[in-house]
Design a protein around this ligand. Structure first.
Ligand code: GAR
Length: 192
């Protein structure tokens, strides 16, 4: 496990694909004295990711990698991570699946947030599936990333009640609000 040395924060990269609301919450958290991490790099697989605006806003280095060729993209990302001395990776709405080989390079040092109460609803469309199955609760999980999709050890999980009036959009919003809380909490839990 990585340990905090003195008062130096752990150099972290956040990987995104979309809106970046979790990135925004992680950046804000990282500025706090209590945060064990600093965010030094934002990685995206698409220059259209809206969340890249947070990198600009907070003057954090951002890099975009084309995943048409996954091997190539991962090789270039690893070079970048080494160059920036990144020791920890947070996946935050990153919609590409990282290869076994990539994960091996950062074993136990990649975490992800997933919008379901894992092990329920791995993969996509989690909220639609929860509503369709008439579940009483949805939720979110922060977990370690292993080579098996959405299956690593869970760090923190939070339940959200599904009401009769919920659709997948309203549920996604409710769950996101909890995601923004449990992602920082999980990082504190890991390093304390
Ligand atoms: C979040 O709900 C996150 O849990 C989910 O994508 C959304 C990204 O929102 N991640 C996955 O589905 C990963 N399989 P954001 O871009 O606003 O943080």
């Amino acid at each position: 496990m990585i340990k905090l040395i003195g008062s130096k924060k752990i150099k972290t990269a956040v990987f995104i694909s979309g809106t970046g609301s979790n990135l925004n919450s992680l950046i804000k958290f990282s500025k706090n004295k209590r945060s064990p991490i600093s965010i030094d790099l934002v990685v995206s697989n698409s220059r259209k990711s809206k969340g890249l605006k947070y990198a600009d806003q907070f003057k954090i280095k951002k890099k975009i990698f084309n995943f048409n060729n996954v091997r190539n993209a991962e090789r270039k990302i690893l070079i970048q991570l080494n160059k920036d001395k990144i020791k920890f990776i947070c996946l935050a709405g990153f919609m590409k699946i990282l290869s076994k080989d990539f994960i091996k390079n950062f074993k136990g040092k990649i975490i992800n947030i997933h919008p379901s109460l894992l092990p329920k609803y791995k993969g996509l469309n989690t909220h639609q599936r929860a509503i369709k199955n008439k579940d009483k609760f949805a939720g979110c999980s922060v977990h370690y990333v292993t080579e098996k999709l959405d299956s690593g050890k869970i760090i923190i999980q939070k339940k959200v009640k599904i009401t009769n009036s919920d659709n997948s959009n309203s549920l996604a919003k409710k769950v996101l609000r909890q995601e923004h809380k449990i992602y920082p909490q999980s990082i504190i839990k890991i390093f304390n």
